[in-house]
Design a binder for this molecule. Structure first.
Ligand code: ZN
Ligand code: ZN
Ligand code: FE
Length: 759
């Protein structure tokens, strides 16, 4: 008989609360291994005893086939003395022994559960709350830590004997599946009409599906909040939703039954397919097919659609019954936080939804759908929320003290970090309303409680009037660190990639407080720890009327022309200005010249907006980023032309001067060059000018890693284009797991605050 050997196997990564131990248990049984598995403070450890052949096989299997929601970051083992054990066991983790931070993110329905809900002979047939250790709600139902059923909103449901038996059986897929439930003992669906009265039905999902097919709008309680749904192929239904939701143009996300249905609507790359199918289930932006059956009102005027696959049994059933792609948009008015409580939804969505598909499993923490895109062949998170939160990001080295970073103003997320882990909170949205600010406070409180951490340092944006700054200043912690917006953008990418020392950051976005009375946003920074040096920036343009100019982008176009042509600007006659009165134009021109209510802005985003207005003849943007997105999608792929630009290195910081480009664009317009060519040339020019200034900066500061970040780098032409130009010679990093936009700011604030604390 072969010699008995022992191994202590340590596994780090996402291995708690994702069905890891039962899976190890099953593998051990198959491989004839004895011993045990338990959670510990860093992950999972396994004591394994068997022959060396069996042990080797066991370890290979561990590495090869982890459960769908798990991710092994590190697997190591050492030999230990052999022991005679009678079985392989799942050992209970001692309270306090397990990491406090073991709350997993919400997981999309797994294949096994899916089979059950569509199997008429299964006891969970059509049961909308089916889940197991591989899938189901997690973060959104947790009230307290440690993550255990009594600490979740499932506590009110007593498991029936059959569910309890599954829960107690280590060989069962539902062993310690905290939200385990069945039709006999778990949450139930209810259907209410527009007035909040019960709709009598045996099958609320089938009835809702019928109503959706008939063109009605339904509010549907999901995992992290309510969605508003309607038939995405019906123009009248989508238009009705737009009118009622008072959202006239911003694209809606569309949920499709499966990957095949997604392919019918959009052209997908492997990367997009992978993102769509991932257990995190983000909304994935993809180019629409010309022949798409979607109603044009889903994404008016743009050739991109946000697709998402079902991630709860309720979604799967609904999509199967409806047989159509469904608009699935966050249930809120404009940028308010998503509705997530039954009573609140009925109140806030009155007059919008014809039907309310509710259930009695409470959502404890609201968490909106995440959004991702493939940029230059790599995935890029644009909004990091449901499915990813509260999964920590590992920092390169432990922090000197626990830090709370309060993030930016728009697309807010906060971050709590301690030791070598950073926990980004869920997407809160724009801190423009009282409600959003309340949601922000509540989310910070809850995360502190979950993590059991008392921050010692509070980081915030440099802008004194941001609500996130005001909140940070109101906290009792003694140490507050203000971090410049673009420095935080660059530091965020540094944190994601574990970069230290000097880093050259290209931070292009719409706007960020510069501290010098202008808005920044076209910045080339040299970041070094707590400090940064502003090496170069875009020549600022006037924002006549301040924020008004961000919506009424014709004002920016006027400022751009005025800057490029001076006295001669008035003579330029373009279709853009024909819909405006001479009086309007004159007022704005006067503002530009006098500087009254006219801040100066360096934001790269403003150049995209202004040029889009000029060339596409679009006078106003109906949602943030609309013009820039249309401008990006307009670009002809094969156009190689580049407009002239200048880099003024006599100034400090240097300035990228795009006035020669503006003059050339006006010439192209006069020559009736198609917008597609002008757009491509514009993009090529931004890439070329950025490359030139980066190279000049590197000559100055020496060879250092380069990060490309800020909301503008969601634009694939800019991101992939600039990276391509630089990566053959330099190390270039684009954000991937953390949004390049303001949703990633809080992580960067953590890193800067830590550097400051050390210095
Ligand atoms: Zn499952
Ligand atoms: Zn049950
Ligand atoms: Fe920004």
């Amino acid at each position: 008989m072969a010699q008995l050997e022992g191994r202590l196997i340590s596994i780090r990564g996402i291995v708690q609360g994702v069905g890891f131990r039962p899976w190890v248990y099953r593998l051990a049984h198959q491989a004839g291994i004895r011993g045990g598995v338990r959670n510990d403070s860093t992950g999972v450890s396994i004591e394994a005893f068997g022959t060396s052949t069996d042990l080797a096989h066991f370890v290979r299997q561990l590495e090869k086939t982890p459960p769908p929601a798990a991710a092994i970051a590190e697997l190591s083992w050492e030999a230990i003395p052999a022991q005679e054990r009678s079985a392989f066991e799942i050992e209970q983790s001692q309270a306090g022994n397990e990491h406090r931070v073991s709350i997993p993110a919400d997981l999309a329905t797994c294949e096994s559960c899916l089979e059950e809900i569509f199997d008429p002979t299964n006891r969970r047939y059509r049961y909308a709350f089916t889940n197991c250790t591989d899938c189901g709600p997690r973060f959104t139902i947790v009230r307290e830590v440690p993550y255990d059923r009594p600490a979740t909103t499932m506590a009110v449901f007593d498991m029936c004997p059959r569910c309890q038996a599954e829960y107690d059986d280590p060989s069962n897929r539902r062993f310690h599946a905290q939200p385990n439930a069945c039709p006999d003992c778990g949450p139930q669906l209810r259907l209410l009409n527009a007035h909040g009265s019960e709709v009598p039905t045996k099958d609320p999902v089938a009835t809702t599906a019928r109503a959706l097919r008939d063109g009605h709008i339904a509010a549907i309680k999901g995992l992290g909040g309510f969605h508003l749904a309607c038939d995405a192929t019906s123009s009248p239904a989508v238009s009705l939703l737009r009118r009622r939701k008072r959202r006239d143009a911003k694209p809606f996300a569309v949920m499709v039954r499966n990957l095949e249905a997604a392919e019918a609507l959009a052209i997908l790359s492997d990367g997009e397919r992978e993102l769509l199918r991932s257990v995190e289930r983000p909304i994935v932006l993809a180019p629409l097919r010309d022949s798409t059956p979607l109603a044009p009102e889903v994404a008016p005027g743009i050739s991109l659609v946000g697709l998402i696959l079902p991630y709860t049994p309720l979604h799967h059933l609904l999509l199967a019954d409806t047989g159509q792609p469904l608009v699935m948009t966050s249930a809120n008015l404009s940028e308010e936080p998503i509705a997530y409580r039954n009573g609140e939804a009925l109140e806030r969505l009155r007059g919008i939804a014809d039907l309310f598909l509710l259930h009695d499993r409470e959502i404890e923490t609201r968490c909106e759908d995440s959004v991702a895109r493939v940029v230059g062949q790599a995935p890029m998170l644009i909004r990091r929320s449901r499915g990813y939160v509260p999964r920590p990001l590992r920092l390169r080295r432990p922090l000197s003290a626990p830090i709370l970073a309060c993030g930016a103003h728009l697309k807010n997320t906060f971050c709590i970090a301690f030791r070598d882990q950073a926990f980004l909170g869920p997407h809160i949205g724009d801190l423009e309303t009282l409600e959003a600010v309340d949601a922000f406070r509540a989310a910070v409180d809850r995360m502190e409680r979950f993590l059991g951490v008392k921050p010692e340092i509070v980081a915030h944006d440099l802008h004194p009037e941001y609500q996130s700054t005001i909140y940070a200043r109101s906290r009792s912690e003694v140490t507050k660190v203000a971090v410049q917006h673009h420095h935080a953008h660059v530091a965020s990418a540094m944190a994601e990639y574990g970069l230290e020392g000097n880093v050259l950051g290209v931070a292009f976005d719409g706007t960020g407080y510069g501290g010098d009375g202008t808005a920044w946003g076209g910045e080339i920074l040299l970041a070094r720890g707590a400090e940064f040096e502003r090496l170069a920036t875009l020549r600022p343009i006037a924002l006549p009327g301040g924020d008004l100019a961000i919506r009424e982008i014709w004002r920016l176009a006027l400022a751009l022309l005025d800057d490029a042509f001076g006295q001669d600007a008035a003579a330029i006659d373009l279709p853009l200005f024909r819909g405006l009165s001479d009086h309007q134009v004159e007022i704005v021109r006067t503002m530009i010249h006098s500087g009254l209510h006219t801040p100066m802005a360096h934001g790269a985003g403003r150049y995209f907006d202004a040029t889009a207005a000029l060339v596409l003849g679009r006078a106003s943007a109906r949602y943030e980023g609309q013009a820039a997105l249309e401008w990006n999608l307009a670009a002809a792929p094969d156009e190689q032309g580049v407009y002239p630009y200048e880099i003024d290195d006599a100034l400090s910081p240097w300035q990228i001067d795009l006035r020669p480009m503006t003059r050339a664009i006006v010439e192209d317009l006069a020559a009736a060059l198609p917008a597609a060519s002008i757009s491509a040339r514009f993009h090529n020019t931004i890439v070329a000018a950025s490359e030139a200034v980066v190279r000049a900066a590197i000559r100055q500061v020496g060879r250092v890693p380069i990060v490309l970040t800020g909301g503008c780098f969601q634009n694939p032409i800019l991101a992939a284009g600039l990276r391509e130009r630089l990566e053959s010679e330099f190390e270039v990093f684009l954000p991937s797991r953390v949004p390049p936009g303001d949703g990633g700011i809080s992580l960067g604030q953590v890193l800067v605050a830590d550097s400051q604390a050390r210095s």
